[in-house]
Design a binder for this molecule. Sequence first.
Ligand SMILES: [Zn+2]
Length: 76
Amino acid sequence: MTNWRVAVETRGPDPAGRAVPQTVIGHAYDVDAGEAAHPITQGTYLVRADHEWTTGFLGWERCEECTKKIGRRPTN
Ligand SMILES: [Zn+2]
């Protein structure tokens, strides 16, 4: 049983320095394996192991790719 938690990705200002709206996205993160459900390459992310993927969302935008892979319901 995979222990999916949340990794919060912050997409900061783009490299050109333009002011872009900051988006905060919650990805699924497997804390036991120490890896995200898919590579997160567009920004930096912070693992929030205290927040469960299925229930622990606090207003972050839920990653579509993770949702497709894992779903949103508890798996156990
Ligand atoms: Zn994701």
